[in-house]
Design a protein around this ligand. Sequence first.
Ligand code: PLP
Ligand code: COI
Length: 355
Amino acid sequence: MEMQLNKISVEKTKESKLASVDFNNLPFGSIFSDHMMVCEYENGVWSAPKVIPYQKISLDPSAKIFHYGQSIFEGMKAYKDKEDKIWLFRPLDNHSRLNKSAARMAMPEIPQEYFMEGLSTLLQVDKDWIPQTEGSSLYIRPFMFASGNGFHASPADKYTFLICTAPSGPYFAGEVSVLIEETYARAANGGVGYAKAGGNYAAQFYPTKLATDKGYQQVIWTDDNTHEYIEEAGAMNIFVRIGDTLITAPTSDRILDGITRKSILQLAENEGIKTEVRKLKVSEIIEAANNSSLKEMFGAGTAAVISPISGFGYQGKDYELPKLENSFADSLKKKITAIQYNLADDPFNWRYQVK
Ligand code: PLP
Ligand code: COI
C-alpha cells in the first residue's frame, strides 16, 4: 500500500514533567515521557501520525480490545551518545515484526513510513527524555489495539496505533533464577507464540506467579507437546553454553524471532564462538549440569538486554550455574551495547540515527 506522508503534526505539552524525573534512579517502564504518537485506522486507511501530549485514551466499553484481545506491541530502545545523537537498533526489524503480528491477529499492517517517521518525530520532540546514564535508555513501546466497537466475535473495523516511551533503567535488578516449566505452555503449534500479541503475556502471568511464589523470577518455557525441549525464558530468548558452544532453540511458530537473539548469534559467530541453533532437551542441560559442562545460561531481549541466569529449578531440584570470570554473556553484552550506544564500530549496519 503506497501512502503519502504529510508533515507530522506536533502538539506540545504545556506542562513538562521532565524536571520531576531522577535520571540517576530510573525504574523500568513506569515513568512516561511528555508526548506520544497516535494514528487511527478507519474505513481501510490509516490517518497520518500525530504527536500529542501523553494523555488518557477514551474507549467505548464495547471496544473489541476489551472482549477479544486484539492487541499487539513491540519493544525498542533509543540511545543517546555523548554528542547528543539519537540511535535506534535495527528498527526496521521491529516494524516488520509488528506487521507479522498484525497479520496473525487479523489487524491492519502499518506502513513503514508512518512507523519510522512517526517514531522519529516523537523522539525528536522528547529528545531530552533519552537518558545518558550508563545502563539506561528510552524504552519505546509501539502498540496497536482494536478500538472498533461491538460484541460480535470478529475483527474490529477501527484500530489505534500508539507509540509511548519511558526512560528506563535495567529490567532485572540482578541475576535471574528460573524454573523449567513442566505443566504449562506459552505457545502451541499453529498458535500465536511468534506474534507479540498481548494475550501471550497474560497467559504467562499465572504460571510465572506459581514460579515466583517458589522464589524464581522467570519461567523457562518448554514445548507444549512433551515439555522436553526448552524454548524461551519469560519475555526473552534463551541461550545455553555447554562446554564452549552456545546453543539456542530455532525460531518457530511457538517462539518469538528476537532481534537481540539473532544479533547475539551473529556477534558470537564473528567472535569465533561456536554456535548451534537446534532443539535442546532439558535432559541434555541436566546431564551437562551433572558433568560440569554446563557453563552459562542467559536470556536475551530488548528490555532485558543479556540477563545471566544464576540457577534453575527442575523436577523439585535446584541447579546452580558456575560464576565465570570471562563469560560469553558479559563479553556479548559489552559488544552489543557498545554498538547500541554508538561506542563502537557497527560492522553489521544495525544502528539507525534519528534525525
Ligand atoms: N521472546 C519474547 C516472548 C519476548 O517478549 C521478547 C521481547 O521482545 C523476546 C523474546 C526478545 O525479543 P527482542 O530481542 O526482539 O526484544
Ligand atoms: C522487550 O524486551 O522489549 C519486550 O517486549 C519484553 C516486555 C514484555 C518487557
